[in-house]
Design a binder for this molecule. Structure first.
Ligand SMILES: Nc1nc2c(ncn2[C@@H]2O[C@H](COP(=O)(O)OP(=O)(O)O)[C@@H](O)[C@H]2O)c(=O)[nH]1
Ligand SMILES: [Mg+2]
Length: 278
């Protein structure tokens, strides 16, 4: 299903150039990824794009992901030599740590300099990982629209975070990886790919397949089903029956069931789930 999606390869070159333009202006790149899918939500050419810049990886939406897996992922990135911080933009947990890391970086940058220079940064990431939410957290303003907007604006504005620290107002929207169908599915589960271009029933079935293999008890608890069924389709039907998602003629309303499972997964209502293990 997902292989047939036309990702926006036509815009890729353009996006890359736009981000590169903006990157020239900053000292630090803050790369936001989704803690539920830390691998799939990384841009494949981010390393090449960022090259010599200092980078901080933000593992966001940690409230929706498995706590133990959050720690494992953070250690994984640390071991690879990256600055990494766990974040929850809904509660603000992690923001203080980010500010103190930025202060450390700023001090190092100005070490031995007569003129103290402003530390400038930019937030980048694939759609829906929480870039705008993080900008709002850092600036304490509601100026950045939360929700998806493509591209990087030309009329740049610098928002002051604190003394001699500035943030580019618009996040750099990176394209997701697209070569691996599993990556596509993960991004779709987490809402980084528009639902309109997929069959929701198929998508929910794929999600149930992953959930029942790894988080079966959570599904049983959430939907009060007796047990995980042999096939994901049967599990989906059991969920539909429990919820009363039945159409006239006693037909199962697959679409409504699919919508419910996807919405509830995305909202964290099924539980704290990490889809990608280290
Ligand atoms: N649960 C949870 N939701 C978040 C978090 N950060 C952002 N969101 C939500 O994720 C959605 C996308 O956020 P947004 O900031 O617009 O992402 P962007 O596309 O990367 O700019 C919004 O509904 C946010 O409220 C987080 O840490 N936890
Ligand atoms: Mg945004």
């Amino acid at each position: 299903m997902i292989e047939h999606i036309n990702w926006y390869p036509g815009h890729m070159k353009k996006t890359k150039e736009l981000i590169q333009e903006n990157l020239k202006l900053v000292d630090v790149v803050i790369e936001v990824i989704d803690a539920r899918i830390p691998n799939s939500s990384r841009n494949p050419v981010i390393d090449e794009l960022v090259k010599n810049k200092q980078r901080i990886i933000i593992l966001n939406k940690t409230d929706l992901a498995d706590g133990r897996e959050n720690e494992k992922w953070a250690n994984h990135f640390k071991n690879k030599g990256s600055n990494v911080l766990n974040m929850n933009c809904m509660s603000g947990a992690g923001v203080t740590q980010l500010l103190s890391l930025l202060t450390t970086i700023q001090k190092a940058k100005n070490e031995g300099q007569i003129l103290k220079r402003t530390l400038r940064m930019m937030i980048v990431g694939v759609p829906n990982v929480g870039k705008s939410s993080l900008i709002n957290r850092l600036t304490g303003r509601k100026s950045t629209q939360v929700g998806d907007r493509p591209g990087v604006t030309k009329g740049k504005q610098w928002l002051t975070i604190q003394n001699d620290m500035q943030l580019l107002d618009t996040p750099g929207i990176l394209w997701p990886k697209f070569e691996d169908p599993n990556v596509g599915l993960n991004l779709a589960f987490c809402g980084s790919i528009k639902d309109e271009i997929m069959d929701l029933g198929d998508l929910a079935l794929e999600l149930i397949t992953v959930l029942q293999a790894n988080y079966g008890e959570l599904l049983v608890d959430r939907y009060k089903i007796d047990e995980i069924c042999e096939t994901p389709l049967e599990t989906m039907e059991a969920i539909a029956l429990k919820r009363g998602f039945i159409l006239s003629g006693k037909r199962i309303d697959y679409e409504r069931t699919a919508r419910a499972v996807l919405d509830e997964f995305r909202a964290g209502a099924i539980g704290r789930i990490t889809l990608e293990k280290v």
